[in-house]
Design a binder for this molecule. Structure first.
Ligand SMILES: *Cc1c(COP(=O)(O)O)cnc(C)c1O
Length: 396
């Protein structure tokens, strides 16, 4: 047997974390790393958050899992909180982002098919989007590297260039059901959509009775300084997929929808064995307890502005390495002059700083939302030390 017991689908690096401590991770070798990756925008409360731990411990002792065959006081309570905090009227809980997007895709198709429009099944999506790794969600992405070996794709997706309203409009036809878009592309390179683009999609959706479906799996749950990123655009979506930060590290996602958009999602049409179980609901409640308040959002905005301005001042020292800073709140990207992976490895292996690469040569910074000034100082010290010693030809 030469295959590893863990299916070798990830090119894993040598860092092997065994313990978390607020905004740091401790490796098997005892070394301490500053975590500006946060499990890829998941650990919004950092590691070892007492409120989250306590909630999970208490719920695990009380009731961990039952079934969606039964009434769910826990699910109703968390769903009501999300409804009160957002545009949504109704919520379906999932265990991951891809499942939340799957539910969003089904909701959009069912919206039309429930009304007898069986030909309206197509979603217009955008180049370099990332929506997950299931067959439907890779089909929703134009990225060929995710398709290779998994053909045929699921029919029903058309791709337009991101942030190009005219191109999206030109794809609308008799089969169109809606748009699926990340307001801030994550994997694609921390690229925020323009206001004009988001407003234009909303107007086109209204004009053609299409659903505006947002994938806020990465940019949602306070990451950009508002509870959801759509709020900053001043638009109201029909459906939003959310996950990552919403469980703070516990596997939890949700599909949020208006009553109208969810008209096809009637009894018997969708389900999940684990989705919305009491343990996951307790984690979601603990996250909302910590983040769903104006003071927390103000903290994210302040830390985001501070980190961004420090970065903008800094990158001018190394024009041969860095091009620009972009993003919103604490979802920031530094566009580099070349593929960022060797620099990510250098930061990690030589300076104990964890970051993530993203598309379009982007160094992605998605720290815990609970960072303070001291973490930004530590980050900048490590980044400047790393930039001073980095050689572009250095092997990864
Ligand atoms: C991470 C991500 C997903 C997929 O989430 P999983 O939990 O890995 O299934 C979907 N959409 C976006 C925008 C993401 O960043």
């Amino acid at each position: 047997m030469s295959i590893s017991p863990l299916m070798p689908v990830y090119p894993r690096c040598g860092f092997r974390p065994v313990r978390g401590d607020h905004c740091h991770l401790i490796g098997e070798d005892g070394r301490r790393y500053l975590d500006f990756a946060a499990g890829i925008a998941v650990n919004i409360l950092g590691h070892s958050h007492p409120g989250l731990i306590g909630a999970i411990q208490r719920q695990a002792e009380t009731l961990m899992h039952v079934s969606n065959l039964y009434g769910s006081p826990q699910g109703e309570h968390l769903a009501q909180r999300l409804v009160d905090l957002t545009f949504a009227d109704t919520v379906f809980f999932t265990n991951s982002g891809a499942e939340a997007v799957e539910c969003a895709i089904k909701t959009a198709r069912a919206y039309h098919q429930h009304a007898g429009n069986t030909e309206r099944f197509e979603l217009i999506t955008f180049n370099n989007a990332f929506h997950g790794r299931t067959i439907a969600t890779i089909s929703a992405s134009s990225q060929e590297k995710m398709h290779k070996g998994f053909m045929p794709l699921l029919p029903g997706f058309k791709y337009a260039p991101f942030d190009d309203l005219e191109a999206a409009k030109a794809l609308i036809g008799p089969n169109t059901a809606g748009f699926l878009v990340e307001p801030v592309q994550g994997e694609g390179g921390i690229r925020p959509a323009s206001d004009a683009f988001m407003h234009g999609l909303r107007a086109l959706a209204d004009e053609h009775d299409l659903l505006l479906v947002l994938d806020e799996v990465q940019c949602g749950v306070c990451r950009t300084g508002t509870f959801y990123a759509y709020e900053q655009y001043g638009i109201v979506p029909d459906v939003v997929a959310t996950a990552k930060g919403i469980g703070g590290g516990f596997p939890l996602g949700a599909c949020l929808a208006t009553e109208k958009a969810a008209r096809g999602m009637i009894a018997g049409t969708h389900g999940s064995t684990y989705g919305g179980n009491p343990l996951a609901m307790a984690a979601g409640e603990a996250v909302l307890d910590a983040v769903a308040n104006p003071a927390f959002l103000a903290h994210v905005t302040a830390m985001g502005e501070r980190l961004r301005s420090r970065l903008e001042q800094f990158i001018g020292n190394y024009p041969e390495l860095f091009e620009l800073v972009r993003g919103r709140g604490l979802m920031l990207g530094v566009k580099m002059r070349s593929e960022p992976r060797p620099f990510v490895a250098h930061l990690r292996d030589n300076h104990q700083l964890l970051t993530v690469s993203a598309g379009d040569n982007t160094l992605r910074l998605v720290p815990p939302l609970v960072i303070d000034e001291s973490h930004i100082d530590e980050f900048m010290d490590k980044l400047s030390a790393a930039a001073a010693t980095f050689r572009v030809e250095e092997p990864a």
